[in-house]
Write a protein that binds this ligand. Structure first.
Ligand code: FMN
Length: 357
């Protein structure tokens, strides 16, 4: 039962037990040498806190405002494809969990269920993440459906003109239906002009996901985005990219509060969330951690994951002397050398890479 999980270690182990090796590697794996994946962790581990003491931290407000929505904590669920592999209920389970918990669900256009089904399953705020698989007529049709189904925002993921070479999947001789679909190559011809046309048609808040440099962040702001999601797709596309926490400060500076800045990549601990917020993010996204919650016990497993993450955020904020997310800033951080090797589960001391093989 999900309520019996006392920490995320147990959730990850339960997901590992529940899934086939193929599903585990689909979720946990990344591109080629998985250096980008490990750099996400390395970047997070390259900061230590500078705690302030003897402040009244008996009350801590974790709520955050994102795209006009008040979230229970500054964490939302990043878009993921093929959620049906993680839990039989698929993305419906995820949307119900985020609704129950009180945050935003981003819904991938390759999540495996249509936008109307997901909208009917859960009333909480949802953002539609589109992969471009057709011409403007195709795009307009999909945007209209998401709009009619009440999605509050559109997210365009821009870091995957080509699908990353994921060797764990190749070694399993396994690929997703959406990957063999030849129309996915259309994504490779998408430009800022296409982006501008899409944004105009959508007419509501637009999030650009997959920004990795200050130069592209500036262009995104010029194109009128509501939010920039600093992301390297969890290391699943370009190998040998930077860790997202190493990209975040320059993007925050370039954006200069003209749009919200979100970040995802390697966030699995409350301290990770607090570090990202100290560096200027408005909120963070979780990918694999949410997947593991779903794998452990579907909707309930994800709610429990979010609750445990929240308790870690609360604890970290209290221990550094901050009582609201607005108070967080670079004054709480210093650069350090990370402790030991980093890998996809190195934030979980008791697991070790071998425990999950
Ligand atoms: C199994 C899986 C499927 C994903 N599918 C998508 C997707 O359909 N669209 C998208 O924009 N990003 C997708 N991503 C990337 C996530 O949205 C997010 O950027 C990434 O997982 C963040 O890193 P983290 O997993 O370390 O938290 C996927 C990630 C995973 C793990």
């Amino acid at each position: 039962m999900a309520k019996d999980f006392v920490c995320t270690h147990e959730i990850i182990e339960a997901a590992h037990r529940a899934w086939s090796a193929t599903t585990w590697d689909y979720v946990a794996g990344a591109a080629l040498t998985e250096t980008t994946l490990r750099r996400n962790r390395y970047a997070l581990d390259s900061y230590a806190f500078l705690p302030r003491i003897l402040r009244d931290v008996s009350k801590i407000d974790l709520s955050a405002k994102v795209l006009g929505q008040t979230l229970r904590a500054p964490v939302l669920v990043s878009p993921m494809g093929s959620v049906g592999l993680m839990t039989p209920e698929g993305v419906k389970a995820s949307a119900r969990a985020t609704t129950r918990y009180g945050t935003i669900q981003t819904v991938s256009s390759v999540a495996g269920q249509d936008v109307e089904t997901i909208a009917a399953a859960a009333s909480g705020p949802k953002i539609f993440q589109l992969y471009i698989r057709g011409d403007m007529d195709w795009i307009r049709k999909h945007l209209n459906r998401a709009k009619a189904a009440g999605y509050i925002g559109l997210m365009i993921t821009v870091d995957g003109p080509y699908y990353g070479i994921r060797e764990r999947q190749l070694i399993h001789r396994w690929s997703l239906p959406s990957i063999v679909d030849p129309s996915r190559h259309i994504q490779a011809s998408v430009t800022w002009e296409t982006f501008a046309e899409i944004r105009k048609h959508w007419g509501g808040p637009t999030v650009i996901k997959g920004i990795a440099t200050a130069a592209d962040a500036k262009l995104a702001v010029e194109h009128g985005v509501s939010a920039i999601c600093v992301s390297n797709h969890g290391g699943r596309e370009l190998d040998h990219g930077r860790g997202t926490l190493d990209m975040l400060p320059e993007v925050v500076e370039a954006v200069a509060k003209r749009a919200e800045v979100w970040v995802d990549g390697g966030i699995v601990r409350g301290t990770d969330v607090v570090k990202a917020l100290c560096l200027g993010a408005n909120c963070v996204g979780i990918g694999r951690l949410a997947a593991w919650g779903l794998g452990a016990d579907g909707e309930d497993g994800l709610v429990r994951t979010l609750e445990i993450l929240e308790s870690e955020i609360f604890n970290a904020m209290g221990l550094i002397g901050a009582t609201s997310v607005a108070e967080l800033g670079p004054q709480y951080l210093t650069r350090v050398v990370p402790m030991g090797p980093t890998h996809e589960t190195s934030a979980f001391r008791h697991l070790g890479p071998e425990a999950l093989r």
